[in-house]
Write a protein that binds this ligand. Sequence first.
Ligand code: GTP
Length: 148
Amino acid sequence: MLKNGCLYEHIRWGEAFVIVYSVVDRRSFHEAQDILGQLVKLKLPSYYTSLLIGNKRDLDHSRQVCVDEGQEVSLQFGCQFYEVSAAENFAGVSLAFQSMLREARSVQLLKALPIRRKLGVNSVSKVLGNIFGNRSKTDRKKRPSLSI
Ligand SMILES: Nc1nc2c(ncn2[C@@H]2O[C@H](COP(=O)(O)OP(=O)(O)OP(=O)(O)O)[C@@H](O)[C@H]2O)c(=O)[nH]1
């Protein structure tokens, strides 16, 4: 799956990723870890959001991956983590996706923050300069402006 060029391209441009494994299939859990590792390699240091989902929670009697293992991997890779049962109801799946989208939107806002902060600092320093500056107005006009 990871050798698939198409997936590789998606990882390149994607900003939010959902990785699903089955709690009754340990191999799928290992594959999920591989994908999370690929994301780290291909995406860092860019910001991205990832969500790890352990599906088929209802099949507890055949469970091969315990909830603690999923949690541990999510901590290791800094992603959100939910166990759900797509067969039982969609509420859990929907909540997990909504939570991931909220984080992805926050990340987008954070990305835009440095410019805003820069503008804010410039505005504040301009106001302080006007209040405390001892230069005449004509002197101030001659100086090059740093505001964007
Ligand atoms: N019990 C149970 N079965 C599920 C759940 N989610 C999916 N399934 C079943 O798992 C089988 C595979 O589901 P698909 O939707 O085809 O998903 P897939 O990614 O192709 O999954 P795999 O065939 O397991 O690799 C289907 O028979 C689904 O009904 C779940 O949460 N609980």
